[in-house]
Structure formats: structure tokens, C-alpha cells
Design a protein around this ligand. Structure first.
Ligand SMILES: Nc1ncnc2c1ncn2[C@@H]1O[C@H](COP(=O)(O)OP(=O)(O)OP(=O)(O)O)[C@@H](O)[C@H]1O
Length: 252
């Protein structure tokens, strides 16, 4: 397993909401280079765990380690700078800028030049090659001059992924990347995620189990705030407790 050392790890991670334990004493390990899905029935604690990992929520107890360092109290922005980047936040895209401009702004902010946003285009052309290459990575070259708000939904998500890649992430965290998508976008986005996962680590909360089956290297199943199974799709889908969780305990 040494070729895939732990890059993100929780120990005894717990989050309570007014006495209700949404995430309970979770020891979760994500190994470097894996595309790791987090699944479970409704109310299992997936979003809560995801928000704890990205430090959008503070834990009630326990610790989180990224690349061996304790990040339990780190700020989300500092984690993003260190390569732990949460994607698919619609707000990260400027709706009235073009696709090209959005990716350029993301690159500028990575290189701490946000004031350059106000400069004339001439001084910014140094980013053109990098923008083009990121747009190629997510299949958006034909859309480069389109205004973000006018993009079809699936393409907006591709743009968000491009702005995430501009941050040079080592670990990308995706919260329900397929939510609200039609079948065609789902197929394309699944392939895209698989492509950007090469050479990186991806953690993904996802409800669409056929996508999870298709693209995940490893799956963790949560139920009532606890991990009940882990492994590849064949392993977890054959697990009686997992089957029971999906058949019996999905509504609370
Ligand atoms: N801010 C909050 N205040 C109170 N309870 C909360 C809060 N956030 C989550 N919960 C509760 O914690 C439990 C886990 O919720 P969470 O959203 O993490 O589950 P989930 O697995 O992401 O569910 P879903 O698949 O429905 O999105 C639920 O019972 C939920 O009601």
C-alpha cells in the first residue's frame, strides 16, 4: 500500500448538532491517488463528514490530518492553498464573465494577482496558454468565449472543475457532482472526473450508485454517522449491512 500513502485521515471524528450525533467517532482514510466515493442512505452523515473534511464545519471531537499534518483547526482558504480543494460550488464561478475569463481569474488568484483583474487584457495574456490547457482538460475549448451564465448545466460544472484545477489541487473534494444532471451530462461528467483524478486524489459524495460503481477505486459506506463498510464496489455491494442500510434504513 506504500505507493498509496494516506493523504487525508480522520481520527475519532465526531459532530453533534444539539445532542444529535450526525458523525460518530469516524476513522476515515483516503489514500493518495485514489478516486474515493462516500456513499450511504439519506441522513447517513455524508454531507456533514464532507463539510468537516473541508473545514466548512468544526468537529465536536476528533482530528483531521492532511498529508500528515493536523488540519483540525485550519481555515478552508489555507487548505485550498495547500492543495486540498473543494469543488462544485456554483458561487466559485463569476456568471457574467466568459469561460476563458473565469479560468484566468482563478489562475490569477492562485498566483495572488487579483488586482490584475482590473488590468487591460494585454498584461494578462501570459495566462492564455494555461487557460487553454485547463479548458482542454475539461473539454471546454469550444465554449471559451461563452458567458458562464449561458452555459448548459453540465458545462458549468466542467467550468467549476477547470477553476478548481487552476488551484493545482492534490486532493479534490466533490459534493454530489452529478446532482441535478440528465443522463448525458452524467456520463460526460463521470468521464471528466475520472480523467482529472489521474495523478490526483478525489473524494466524492455521490448518490448515483452506477456512477460510483463505474469510476471509484474505493468506497466508504456511512450509516447513521458511522462507517459500516469499505472497499471496492463488489465488496461493499455484497455486504449484508450495506444492503440492509439501503433497503431498510434510508429514511429518518
Ligand atoms: N445543521 C444541522 N443541524 C441539525 N441537524 C443536522 C444539521 N446538519 C445535518 N443534520 C442532521 O445530521 C444527519 C446527517 O445529515 P447529513 O446531511 O450529513 O446526511 P447525508 O448523508 O448527507 O444525507 P443526504 O443524503 O440526505 O444528503 C441528519 O439527520 C441531519 O438531519
Amino acid at each position: 500500500m506504500d505507493s498509496h500513502p494516506a493523504i487525508l485521515e480522520t481520527r475519532g471524528l465526531t459532530r453533534e448538532f444539539s445532542g444529535f450525533v450526525a458523525v460518530s467517532d469516524v476513522n476515515f482514510t483516503v489514500r493518495s491517488g485514489m478516486l474515493h466515493a462516500l456513499i450511504g442512505p439519506n441522513g447517513a452523515g455524508k454531507s456533514t463528514l464532507f463539510n468537516l473534511l473541508t473545514r466548512f464545519l468544526a468537529p465536536s471531537a476528533g482530528q483531521i490530518f492532511y498529508d500528515g499534518q493536523d488540519i483540525t483547526k485550519a481555515r478552508p482558504a489555507s487548505l485550498a492553498r495547500r492543495g486540498l480543494v473543494r469543488s462544485f460550488q456554483i458561487s466559485s464561478v463569476f456568471p457574467h464573465l466568459s469561460v476563458h475569463e473565469n479560468v484566468r481569474v482563478a489562475l490569477q488568484s492562485k498566483h495572488a494577482e487579483t488586482f490584475g483583474f482590473w488590468k487591460s487584457d494585454g498584461g494578462l495574456s501570459k495566462y492564455d496558454d494555461a487557460v487553454d490547457s485547463l479548458l482542454a482538460d475539461v473539454g471546454l475549448e469550444p465554449y471559451a468565449q461563452r458567458i458562464a451564465v449561458e452555459l448548459p448545466y453540465g458545462r458549468k460544472r466542467a467550468l467549476e472543475l477547470a477553476t478548481t484545477l487552476a488551484m493545482e489541487p492534490r486532493v479534490i473534494l466533490l459534493d454530489e457532482p452529478m446532482a441535478g444532471m440528465g443522463q448525458e451530462d452524467i456520463q460526460r461528467t463521470a468521464q471528466l472526473i475520472q480523467r482529472v483524478a489521474k495523478g490526483r486524489t478525489v473524494v466524492m459524495v455521490e448518490h448515483n450508485l452506477s456512477v460510483v460503481a463505474d469510476i471509484s477505486d474505493r468506497i466508504t459506506v456511512l450509516r447513521r454517522g458511522e462507517i459500516i463498510a469499505e472497499g471496492d464496489y463488489d465488496t461493499v455491494s455484497a455486504d449484508p449491512e450495506v444492503r440492509q442500510a439501503y433497503i431498510g434504513g434510508s429514511h429518518d
